[in-house]
Design a protein around this ligand. Sequence first.
Ligand code: AMP
Length: 371
Amino acid sequence: MSDQALPPVAVPPCGIIGILGGGQLGRMLALAAAEMGLNCHIYCPDPKSPAFDVVSRSTCADYDDETALAAFSRDVDAVTFEFENVPPDTVDFLSSQLPVRPGGKALRITQDRLKEKRFIESLGRSCAPFMAVDSLDDLIRGVKRLSYPAILKTRRFGYDGKGQVMLHEGDDPALAFAAIGEAPAIVEGFVPFAKEISALVARGRDGRIALYDIAENHHENHILRVSRVPAAIEPSTREAALEIARHAVERLDYVGVLAIEFFVLEEEAKERLVINEFAPRVHNSGHWTQDGCAVSQFAQHIRAVAGWPLARPVRLADVEMTNLIGDEVNGWRTLALEPAAVVHFYAKAESREGRKMGHINRLTTLSRSRR
Ligand code: AMP
């Protein structure tokens, strides 16, 4: 039975939400679901996944294991995913049995940078100038047209700067193409942005939309370091980002939380938005909502997936969220002492360089302008 054919009933308390993926996002989704009286079943091939520790139902199997997927689908009432690289065939298989939200359409577009760019263009919105790269010749033509610096990005499986190479004048394109394993890619023009921001939007089963306040993001070594709300942007930029978020979820017929990352350009003292990418899931830049908002992105996503009405995402404080990366987690004693801060650790057994181990939400009073 397709999702469309299902009656619009909600998963009641004591129901079970299946989550594909067992990282920290799955863990925090399961914790939020538990507060709503819903249980989660985590499905993930990695036995060391941190989400397994917080649920009583779990499957450790590959995403193409149809026997395990069939058993999983019999145990749950609705399914979601916590990362965008879930194989679309897995989602199609599960969708034939029960609702999978946000579903295959959003997944197929957002897990492929080329499809995503074309989707952005179809919305009539701006993205970085780009060209598809299937061969070294394409790359050479691409950088000629876009000029330097340019960024070569694999179409799939890129995150935190992985699968990306920056090309400067004089660099050998053949080396850059080899560095990404000659995988299907795009080449993008460099965007001289002044700021990076992200929008977080939820759309319910009934089509209602909830928009969170915009976060301003700072990256280090391609990894998100700090997100701040409110973002220091013009009110018109904020409105434009929210409008794009609303437009995108409507066009995708989306159910769940979606994040959109933007570059903010400053041109002749005016801000202009360029969309960088979409994440069809809860997002690191939305972690501030756990402690600074009436409804966290995790609870909101579970509400949408379970077919519950969405809650109003009223911001309650100004928040600075800082990721704890690698060995920084060892400073947990000092962090735990901080007043007006809430620490979240993911209980990952090993800390590795560049690995997200936790985050801290530092709260201050709601700024006057946004009260
Ligand atoms: P991505 O994985 O595409 O989100 O890229 C990670 C980070 O690299 C972004 O958050 C930016 O800081 C930077 N970046 C990616 N693409 C571009 C671009 N076209 N121009 C400038 N910076 C970029």
